[in-house]
Write a protein that binds this ligand. Structure first.
Ligand code: 8YV
Length: 315
């Protein structure tokens, strides 16, 4: 029996590529020179798409695959998948939640610590001889006992809160409604008020049209010149132009970013800013977690083609 044809949108680690190619007839979109011609040729054969959180599947891609049945996302964020186009055609979408929650929360907290304690600069201070030549490293800022705000108290946001409890922080959060599982945390509905409350503001909410630029200039101003903004969600949740401007003129103290508009080709102005920590969208980037994500991608595809319930459906 012919293997189902799968359109692969981006590269996976070897440990995923091998079983995927054993189980399916994989067409590697990301390697195609002429992508339009490639799609015209194989699109009608495609029954499934294996993609990545940041790559998703656009309406154009979906419409080029008239026999598409399922889209399996390697990542928890499915904002880059055109869900409206999927709804119109009854195309199922799956993602990889839970398995990556801890890692993303870990990196968010690590980024906050790195910025507050100047860890990147301190490493350079030792390595480049400044410690010998210039003396002690400049004093940094405490994180324990400070005020934290979490924008989006879903799985990842809640795990960030769990970690911050260990630092004795005063934790508040904003979400569409107060969460019954967070009764001991302060609920502040308005993101501007949350930022005003916070010294460290973590952006952890799922990205959608409704959350675009939710971290507005007003939120950034409210966080202020002593504030630190940490983003482990999607760049679209932040008004990046306003962020760069505020970082440049000191209206925002610092930022720690794992996601960027146009990544990996980030806005070059970030590179000139001394008060921003740059990370290459690696929040879920551990061997253990990426193996679990890959297994879920394949598990969902296998369930679909076996006519079984999907493991982690989005729709
Ligand atoms: C992944 C992510 O790094 O989960 C997501 O939505 O953005 C990240 O965890 C990405 O999807 C892998 O390409």
């Amino acid at each position: 029996m012919n293997k189902p044809v799968i359109l692969q949108m981006g590269a996976y680690p070897e440990w995923d590529e091998v079983p995927l190619n054993e189980q399916y007839d994989v067409r590697r979109y990301f390697e195609a020179g002429d992508k339009a011609a490639f799609l015209a040729n194989c699109g009608p054969l495609v029954r499934g798409i294996a993609t990545r959180g940041e790559l998703g599947a656009s309406r154009q891609i979906i419409e080029a695959c008239p026999n598409l049945e399922v889209i399996s996302v390697y990542g928890v964020g499915f904002d880059a998948v055109d869900l409206a186009a999927c709804r119109e055609r009854g195309i199922r979408v799956t993602n990889t939640p839970d398995v990556l929650t801890g890692d993303v929360a870990d990196l968010g907290v690590a980024m906050a610590l790195a910025v507050a304690r100047g860890i990147v600069g301190a490493e350079a201070w030792v390595r480049d001889g400044s410690w010998t030549e210039k003396g002690n490293y400049p004093l940094q800022r405490r994180i324990w006992g400070k005020k934290a705000g979490i924008l989006g108290l879903g799985r990842i946001g809640y795990e960030i809160a769990q970690r911050l409890r260990g630092f004795g922080m005063d934790i508040a959060y904003s979400d569409v409604a107060a969460k019954d599982y967070a009764a001991d945390l302060t609920f502040i509905a308005d993101p501007v008020e949350l930022a005003r409350h916070s010294e460290f503001l973590f952006v952890a909410l799922a990205a959608s049209e409704a959350t675009r630029h939710i971290v507005s200039d007003a939120v950034i101003e409210a966080l202020g010149p002593e504030g630190v903004l940490i983003n482990v969600s999607r760049a679209s949740n932040i008004d990046e132009e306003a962020l760069i401007s505020a970082l440049k003129d000191g209206r925002l103290g610092a930022a720690a970013l794992d996601v960027f508009v146009g990544e990996p080709a980030i806005d070059p102005r970030f590179r000139a800013l001394p008060n921003v920590l740059l990370q290459p969208h690696q929040a879920s980037g551990t061997i253990e977690t990426r193996k679990a994500m890959g297994e879920l991608v394949r598990g969902n595809l296998a369930a679909h083609f076996a006519g079984q319930p999907l493991l982690t459906p989005v729709n």
